[in-house]
Design a binder for this molecule. Sequence first.
Ligand code: NAD
Ligand code: UDP
Length: 317
Amino acid sequence: MRVLITGGAGFIGSHLCDLFIERGHEVIAMDNLITGKLENIAHLQGHPAFHFVRHDVTNPIYIEGPLDAVLHLASLPSPVDYLEMPIKTLKVGALGTYHALGLAKAKKARFLLASTSEVYGDPLVHPQPETYWGNVNPIGPRGVYDESKRFAEALTMAYHRTHGLATRIARIFNTYGPRMRLDDGRVVPNFVCQALRGEPLTVYDDGSRTRSFCYVSDLIEGLYRLLFSDEVYPVNLGNPHEMTILEFAQLVIRITQSNSGITFVTPKDERTKDDPQTRQPDITKARTILGWEPQVSLEEGLRRTIAWFREQLYPKK
Ligand code: NAD
Ligand code: UDP
């Protein structure tokens, strides 16, 4: 297959490029590098089946030659990023998805949307099955991300229904691993860097909110299987192992063997407004139709992630 991966220089996108190359496909990674990094794909540069195109997908996308699949990951998913760049976030979710779908239609390619558990907002149903419609505040600070992805899902279904496009929608839950930006503000890089530097871990509010963390190698396998499946309706991909953020901070301290303490802080900006209180994927559908479930335990995934972050912070000469 010849595939286009938007957001291909980002965290998940670059791992997905690796997987497609490993499995013998040709990959065009497209990214405007707003948060992505060329370092993430440096090891692929020069590979005959890999190409990088620097392009902002909020502008129309032109690719020469055939394409068998478009995987649309370009987005600004870190709460810190979308609070700083709300209009860019809405544009990449809306215009970017529109252009990526238009390209898939022109090339008669399959299309996969990287959607998110944020479409469930601050959920009133727990764990979250795909049939739940969500509880999103459209005008709150997180609305720019949540609604951009909800619009993207609606547009994807419209292309399927109107043009018969072979579309897939992955609702991705919190995913972590090597190549996350050290300063992207999400909880995994924050806690791991703080623990490795011996600084207190910044638990927001009282740390009672919950999340469920999926290691990136599991996630990309799920995306790969979903692309090759026939499922048009959304599929949750994530790890159902749920814990409070306070428990997660304690786990990071234990695994890093850090002397760091924990500090409870209330951020002055709006990053915790409408912050979901709980989040856990119901992955029955992925188990049933993709034969997929996470294989990497949180401890193992964290060990690998911590080793990578350690090398970034304190490179061996
Ligand atoms: P990331 O920020 O590392 O990657 C996103 C990439 O998109 C970056 O490389 C960025 O430069 C690129 N990008 C942004 N705007 C662009 C534009 N206009 N044109 C071209 N490129 C653009 O984030 P990630 O964690 O790898 O997320 C990848 C996808 O998975 C996103 O669609 C995100 O919404 C989804 N997702 C991620 C998670 C998670 O926990 N990591 C959870 C749910 C959904
Ligand atoms: N969080 C925290 N301290 C941090 C960063 C995040 O307590 O330094 C919390 C945040 O309020 C949220 C959870 O950790 O409840 C996960 O946040 P993240 O930004 O990773 O992603 P989200 O799941 O909210 O999209």
